[in-house]
Ligand binder design. Structure first.
Ligand code: PMP
Length: 444
């Protein structure tokens, strides 16, 4: 049912895209794009008329689905009123959205710097942490992704950082809570961070983590992990920065991943769900104390498009939609259904090593040898040419009408918060069929 995607099977748009536009994170010779012509709710359609359930919300960002009319309307209205005014002027949607974020984020997080991508939100967080503490090192974890530019790729722990190394000075990596695949107990991994902070002396500005790790495999830490991490960071005079770019806006069944653990970080970054991907918008939100510091210390940071009016109008309409449609609560509720349905995949398929997650954020990790939990592919394999078995499972699921993102050795389930139970059933059936490829590829 899927378009023939070998390079000679490309249609005119696909071929033009292939020739003139860089494919991201890819050997360009392997790029073979499928033209998408529309989306509706939790579904989208390709140029041949094939329809797919969007089981990953594209890049874990289309939290509102593909037809959020209030957001579409807000974008059109703001564009008509005036698409762009410089960040130095006040505009209503930006001010309102700043206020809204102070309301929906936990504790005393209160003031926002707006930018356009998760990457930029992290760059701002790094600079703010350094300015505020007067220190210059950042501890982040190996199984993490924080962005693609110089600073944010340096604090990224996964092998995507390798091509950019040595990166910025002072970016230090720590172990992480990966119960299924690491020899370290998740809580034990925290003691390493404590020891590292002690050994670094009083030089670390911040510890930066995703509250639930996203593209490195949906790693949910134990309940005590994040509160203890905050304590450890503060004991050593470092800030806690929570990267909520993927975990924000209902993804985990709460407004933010930090809420799952009742933790207020000192700095929180967000993007993706902030507008439900209707506009590129990101935010770096800081506590009262940090905000107050910049009253008489220069905030030496900014972009032309910091708080772009159209993006902020989309953000405001998106946050209002989460509220008015009860989507955060819905994510929790429908998330339990999703979690039960995908748990059955582990029972039926020996190649499913682990199923884990929270809310509408789940990982299905595959294994080629159950007893050793051996992965089919590593992140290093992903950086070399050719495809892994997990890629083949995702491709097969697409043939069965379901799009599911796959990162390293794990299928990432992160649908729009509006997905119906029937659509979940449809997507689980497609993955069930696709997993036959992985079962067959298992080693004795
Ligand atoms: N942080 C996290 C946790 C992310 O998942 C991502 C993107 N997947 C980023 C930062 C970077 O965001 P962007 O791609 O919007 O620059």
């Amino acid at each position: 049912m899927v378009t023939d995607n070998s390079s000679d099977g490309l249609n005119a748009v696909e071929a033009m895209d292939r020739e003139y536009v860089f494919g991201t994170w890819a050997y360009q010779s392997e790029v073979s794009p499928t033209q998408i012509v529309g989306g509706d709710g939790a579904r989208f359609t390709d140029a041949d008329g094939n329809e797919y359930v969007d089981f990953s919300g594209q890049l874990m960002c289309s939290n509102l689905g593909h037809s959020a009319s209030a957001v579409e309307e807000a974008i059109a209205e703001q564009t008509r009123e005036g698409a762009y005014f410089a960040p130095g002027f006040a505009t209503e949607a930006r001010a309102e959205l700043g206020k809204k974020l102070a309301e929906v984020t936990p504790g005393n997080l209160s003031k926002t710097f707006f930018s356009t991508s998760g990457t930029e939100a992290i760059e701002a967080a790094i600079k703010i942490a350094k300015f505020y503490t007067g220190k210059d090192k950042i501890i982040s974890r190996y199984r993490s992704y924080h962005g693609a530019t110089a600073g944010s790729i340096s604090v990224t722990g996964d092998p995507r950082r390798l091509a950019a190394e040595p990166g910025i000075p002072g970016a230090i990596k720590a172990p992480d809570p990966y119960a299924y695949g690491s020899t370290l107990d998740p809580m034990e991994s925290l003691e390493y961070i404590d020891e590292m902070l002690m050994l670094e002396g009083d030089t670390v500005a911040a510890v930066l983590v995703e509250p639930v790790v996203g593209s490195n495999g949906i790693l949910v830490p134990p309940a005590e992990y994040l509160p203890r991490l905050k304590e450890i960071a503060h004991d050593h005079g470092a800030l806690l920065v929570c990267d909520e770019v993927m975990t924000g806006f209902g993804r985990t069944g709460e407004w933010f991943g930090s809420d799952l653990f009742d933790v207020t970080p000192d700095i929180m970054t967000m993007a993706k769900g902030l507008t439900g991907a209707y506009q590129p918008l990101a935010a770096t939100v800081v506590t009262d104390d940090i905000a107050a510091h910049f009253e008489d210390n220069m905030f030496t940071h900014g972009h032309t498009y910091a708080g772009h009016p159209v993006a902020c109008a989309a953000g405001l309409a998106a946050v209002e939609t989460y509220e008015s449609e009860g989507l955060i609560e819905r994510a929790d509720e429908v998330g339990s259904y999703l979690s039960d349905r995908i748990a059955s995949l582990a029972v039926d398929h020996p190649s499913v090593g682990d199923v884990r997650g929270t809310g509408l954020f789940h990982g299905i990790e595959l294994t080629k040898r159950t007893d050793e939990r051996a992965p089919f592919g590593t992140r290093e394999d992903k950086l070399s040419k050719g495809s892994t078995v997990v890629d083949e499972v995702a491709a097969r699921a697409l043939e069965h009408g379901t799009y599911v993102a796959n990162m390293i050795n794990t299928l990432i389930v992160a649908p729009p918060l509006t997905i119906t139970r029937a659509e979940i059933d449809e997507a689980v059936a497609a993955i069930d069929a696709a997993l036959e490829v992985a079962d067959a590829a298992m080693e004795a």
